[in-house]
Design a protein around this ligand. Structure first.
Ligand code: G3P
Ligand code: MG
Length: 254
């Protein structure tokens, strides 16, 4: 089984900062988190950037699509003021910028590959190829079979994106994101050579958690926002979860 930090700051800073920005990463770190989850998709010119929604409107003011906008233009957009005036002008960061920040601050990364519809394979390939380059030294130093917290963990709801990531960066571990766990989950994980299953805690039962853990794969949940529920799923053997409530559930939560 792979090593996982137990508690992961969702989208960088959970509910305390504008998601998927460097300000969010700084906020998570200020709350003691050395493990973050964030979403990555491709800009119009094929640069991996941090963004959850394929369209502007919610976190970026105005109209438009990420896949139509070059990275340089995304960097000039305001991805912060929707959250609060103190974050006005916070840009959409590139994946490479965030990796540099996380490496400099010893932060483990769950990189959720979030392709725009129709470009799943391409997105998985580009994100993984860049990750392979950025982590070349860590991959070379990694001893196969040894759990290692230095390498990031890819995850995606897209099987095709993860398949492409497996081909482009076989040394970076993968977790398959499934909102509900289908009966053939083991087959799908095997095909991806995935080390973990990531699922919505709302649909998880103790029985299902035990069945998954009996197969010796990692079990991660999203997005757990109350200490009561966190205690419950951890008691079922869940290895890790991400949370928006980094103010309520700290990195040393037990
Ligand atoms: O990776 C877990 C979680 O982030 C998946 O859902 O929509 O918050 O990216 P979403
Ligand atoms: Mg996500």
């Amino acid at each position: 089984m792979w090593f996982y930090p137990r508690i992961i700051a969702h989208r960088g800073g959970g509910t305390l900062a504008p998601e998927n920005t460097l300000a969010a990463m700084r906020c998570g770190l200020a709350h003691g988190f050395h493990a973050v989850e964030f979403d990555v998709m491709l800009s119009g010119d094929g640069v991996p950037v941090l963004m959850h929604d394929p369209d502007f409107g919610r976190t970026v003011r105005g109209r438009g699509r990420v896949c139509d906008t070059p990275a340089a233009e995304l960097a000039a957009l305001d991805a912060g003021s929707w959250f609060g005036p103190q974050f006005a002008g916070e840009p959409v960061p590139t994946f490479e910028q965030v990796v540099a920040f996380c490496k400099a601050n010893n932060i483990w990364m769950n990189v959720e590959i979030k392709p725009a519809p129709g470009v799943e394979t391409h997105t998985g390939h580009v994100v993984a190829a860049l990750t392979q380059r950025l982590f070349a030294a860590e991959i070379a130093a990694h001893v196969p079979g040894r759990n290692d917290s230095v390498l990031p963990l890819f995850s995606s709801f897209s099987f095709d994106a993860l398949q492409a990531a497996k081909e482009a960066a076989p040394g970076i571990p993968r977790g398959f994101l499934l909102d509900t766990v289908p009966p053939d989950w083991q087959e799908r994980l095997r095909a991806l050579e995935a080390v973990a299953l990531h699922t919505n805690h709302r649909h998880l039962t103790e029985r299902l958690a035990c069945a998954i853990k009996a197969q010796d794969v990692g079990l991660l949940c999203y997005t757990v926002n109350t200490p009561q529920r966190a205690h419950e799923i951890l008691s079922w053997g869940v290895d890790a979860f991400c949370t928006d409530r980094i103010d309520l559930i700290g990195p040393d939560f037990a």
